[in-house]
Design a protein around this ligand. Structure first.
Ligand code: SOE
Length: 373
């Protein structure tokens, strides 16, 4: 069976997923055969060039004509175009993989998750960091109870691409188009990773209430190629305190103003029997500290052939990078589509992350703790 994939969006994420699709048959021979069937966008010339470069057979400027014509629809467009095309595809019985955050608003995310439940077809939110071998290794340790009772959970995602006030305005700075700023773009990843790692009832459980703070440091930015200045209507940074269901404490943070930090996503977890920490900038490593061993943190190189996904690539020690996370998530998602099985993170997981983001924003507005419903 060959799955025909239609992809909306051909910029950063379009390229990341097209690269993944092109690698699948080479490195994951048991993955379903996929055809990069149609690339969807608005600008026909740019679309044609992108289709040639990314290996798509055809182009379309009208997503409505595509969503029920393919087996799988990838929604990799900006956040404000996540809801309608995804819902239309689901209503047509097409499996949908959508970039994160699931939607700019909680209401739209709810509609999307509802449509996914009604359609009963595989659906996924593209939280690619779940598919890092070191993160899967960490999950294995946590599930085996090796860290004991979880007390502290910390997640921060630091970038610096907006620290220059002259950095141009983009859709990511607009509340209508993006929903929120660093909170939705980066915080969504952190919230999802923490749910993945410690969200089980036997560990910290779900996040129960939050106290959030959002900040916008630069209120307007120049529009590239013109004299116009446009308002920034989203946060440049956020921080939050979290209380988990089972009593663990969390602190979360993300910024686009963390000078010198390009894509620094760090997770730390402390349990009664040990601690672990992970940094995206050293993604082949996991640091683990055991309470009964006074040597401090031990660095585990997660590059062995028995580590998750590693055997599909190179001999042990030949490290993986950011782009491999997309191959892994595409492999899992498309395998679920082929077998009509379930995939996680699903639209419901995207919605669960969105509830946390929305509560952080509400808490900032109300200046009080907010429960996550
Ligand atoms: C931009 O801030 C961005 O590309 C995010 O949108 C991605 O989700 C993240 O993985 C890297 O940074």
């Amino acid at each position: 069976m060959t799955l025909e994939v239609g992809v909306l969006g051909y910029r950063f994420m379009g390229k990341a997923h097209a690269n993944a699709l092109s690698r699948l048959s080479m490195f994951f021979p048991d993955a379903p055969d996929v055809e990069r069937s149609v690339l969807v966008g608005r600008d026909e010339d740019a679309l044609s060039d992108a289709a040639d470069q990314l290996g798509f057979e055809s182009i379309a400027t009208d997503w409505e004509a595509v969503v029920d014509d393919v087996d799988v629809f990838y929604n990799l467009g900006p956040n404000h175009v996540h809801a309608e095309p995804s819902i239309a595809a689901l209503e047509a019985g097409t499996s949908v993989f959508c970039e994160k955050p699931l939607a700019p608003t909680l209401v739209e995310a709810e509609r999307m998750a509802d449509a996914a439940d009604k359609a009963g077809v595989p659906n996924g939110t593209a939280f690619n960091y779940r598919f890092i071998p070191a993160i899967q290794h960490a999950k294995g340790l946590l599930e085996a109870g090796e860290l004991g009772e979880i007390h502290h959970v910390r997640g921060r995602y630091l970038q610096d691409w907006l620290v220059d006030p002259e950095a141009p305005w983009s859709w990511r700075n607009d509340a209508e188009l993006a929903g929120s700023g660093a909170l939705g773009d980066l915080g969504a990843h952190t919230v999802d990773l923490l749910r993945f790692l410690v969200g089980d009832d036997a560990l910290a459980g779900e996040m129960e209430r939050v106290s959030g703070h959002l900040q916008t440091f630069v209120d307007e930015r120049p529009v590239e190629g013109s004299d116009e200045m446009r308002s920034v209507t989203v946060d440049d940074a956020y921080s939050a305190q979290v209380e988990f269901e089972n009593g663990a404490m969390g602190t979360l943070e993300a910024s686009r103003f963390a000078t010198g930090h390009k894509n620094d996503h760090t997770i730390e977890i402390h349990g009664s029997d040990g601690s672990l920490r992970f940094s995206l900038e050293r993604l082949n490593e996991l640091e683990v500290l055991r309470a009964d061993d006074n040597r401090g943190y031990e660095t585990i190189l997660v590059t062995d052939e028995d580590d998750p996904y590693v055997d599909h690539w190179w001999p042990p020690g030949h490290v993986l990078g950011w782009e491999h996370t997309f191959v892994h998530e595409n492999y899992e998602f498309l395998s679920a589509v082929e077998s009509d099985g379930a995939f996680e993170p699903s639209f419901q997981d995207g919605l669960a992350a969105q509830r946390v983001l929305e509560a952080i924003e509400a808490s900032d507005e109300k200046r009080e703790w907010v429960s996550i419903s």
